[in-house]
Design a protein around this ligand. Sequence first.
Ligand SMILES: [Ca+2]
Ligand SMILES: [Ca+2]
Ligand SMILES: [Ca+2]
Ligand SMILES: [Ca+2]
Length: 238
Amino acid sequence: MNNRFLMIAPLLASSTLFLAGCSDDNSEFETPNLSDAPTNAGLVSQKNLSILSEDVQPPIFDPLTGTATDTSLTITVKVGDRNNQLLTDAHTVFFATEWGLIEPSCITENGICTVTWQTSFGGPNPVNNRTTITAWTLGEESFTDTNGNGVFDDSDTTFDDREEPFIDINESDSFDTGEGVIDVVNGNDPTGANGVHDIGDSLLNSPSCTHSSLCSPRTTSYIWTDIALEMDGPPTVP
Ligand SMILES: [Ca+2]
Ligand SMILES: [Ca+2]
Ligand SMILES: [Ca+2]
Ligand SMILES: [Ca+2]
């Protein structure tokens, strides 16, 4: 699919240039019309949901003095489709944090949106001065298109079966008892409200699936990513 798209795109660009060159009316060379900006609407692919923090080692807790500094950070998410193209339509991305406070959601514009995370010292300090932030949105699971035909078919074998999102407090990349459950609709939790963490449904959740046995009837899935903040600042240089 990627290859096919790349071949089509230059043809379209060439046609546009040819038509513009033949026109007697030069009005199209005047002020660019912003409504002509490229748009791309679609599903967020797991492989192109990313989260960034303006600082992953904020100096909030000082281990030497035992003091803490009130801090706010901008957390940014980016969304793209499975063809590695930015999604310009609106997608709501949700957030949860192990420690501190975070705005619950943002809506992407031109593939990006941001929320503010900030410290909150009312409760106990976080374990190891670290906090995990999880972001999730409705999208599709990723797959490896071995034969390049744009769909997951019987020739393909590998896809990223996503479990329900969770707050990975110990950063083990797996759900452990006591970690934060994030209930969403999925193949094993049709209401998204069963109160427990659900594993993946072992099927590919994507509209681009033609496999004879591995396509989920649910063509979308909540996809997610996370980031850990190290809140005692960068390591001190010896
Ligand atoms: Ca394929
Ligand atoms: Ca799945
Ligand atoms: Ca874990
Ligand atoms: Ca659940």
